[in-house]
Design a protein around this ligand. Structure first.
Ligand SMILES: [Zn+2]
Length: 249
């Protein structure tokens, strides 16, 4: 695969290339990009679907979980026929059908520390679509080490948040953010989640990843977007670097 767009790709992505801030150059940058998506649940299905359709050239999808009936309400890359299949494999099949021009790797096992580090070091952006704090903390740690930008999103009930960390000087990291919220850990299994809530947050994560790759616009670095789907209100919170942060302080 060359970095230059084929005639087919020029047509496929023409609505995006029409954007002056993207243009052919932005689309080619997207084609060259290696994006690591951690988790192919509700957030990951939305984020990976848009990234794949938009032309992110190399997607690595990581999930060791299997598709269950109770996932299908919101994990829209998996179908009823995929119940029992690995989520990364199922997501890969659907995205490949949407866009056969890109390369997609599905990783079906839990990444060990060494493998996770190697992955983060060899990708251009990490999109955190996981459902637990331990993984988020570990992604942040290695993204900080290798200076790989991280897009982080979370959704539960009818609420969600998104932020980006590019680890440039004087910008906060995920740990700075999580310190503000303590150890609160709720899962969708316990608290429930409205189907489109994960779609909205996952789509925002895809937009932020595309912006970080192409240089379009202004990503959510040093800012947290908080979404309340019940009132459909969006708030922004400024996020400062914590001097006491064990990772970046
Ligand atoms: Zn920090």
């Amino acid at each position: 695969m060359t970095d230059i767009l084929s005639d087919q790709e020029m047509v496929r992505y023409c609505r995006q290339i029409l954007l002056p801030s993207c243009d052919i150059e932005g689309q080619e940058r997207l084609k060259q990009a290696k994006v690591l998506v951690i988790g192919l649940g509700g957030l990951g299905c939305a984020a990976a679907q848009y990234l794949g359709a938009a032309g992110a050239g190399h997607l690595t999808l990581v999930d060791f979980d299997q598709v269950e009936l109770s996932n299908l309400q919101r994990q829209v890359l998996h179908t009823s026929a995929n119940i029992g299949d690995n989520k990364a494999v199922s997501a890969k099949q659907t995205i490949a059908a949407i866009n056969p021009e890109i390369s997609i790797v599905a990783i079906e096992h839990k990444l060990g520390d060494a493998e996770l580090q190697r992955m983060i070091n060899s990708h251009d952006v990490v999109v955190d679509c996981c459902d637990n704090l331990v993984t988020r903390i570990s992604l942040n740690q290695w993204c900080f080490t290798f200076k790989t930008p991280l897009v982080s999103g979370a959704a539960i009930r009818m609420e969600g948040m998104v932020s980006c960390f590019d680890y440039s000087e004087n910008t906060p990291c995920y740990q700075c953010f999580s310190q503000l919220f303590g150890e609160q850990q709720l899962s969708c299994m316990e608290a429930g989640v409205l189907s489109p809530a994960v779609g909205i947050i996952g789509s925002i994560e895809a937009a932020e990843a595309i912006k970080l790759i192409t240089g379009i616009g202004k990503p959510l670095v040093g800012r947290v977007l908080l979404a309340d789907i019940s009132t459909m209100s969006f708030r922004e919170m400024k996020l400062n670097k914590s001097a006491k942060c064990p990772i970046c302080g």
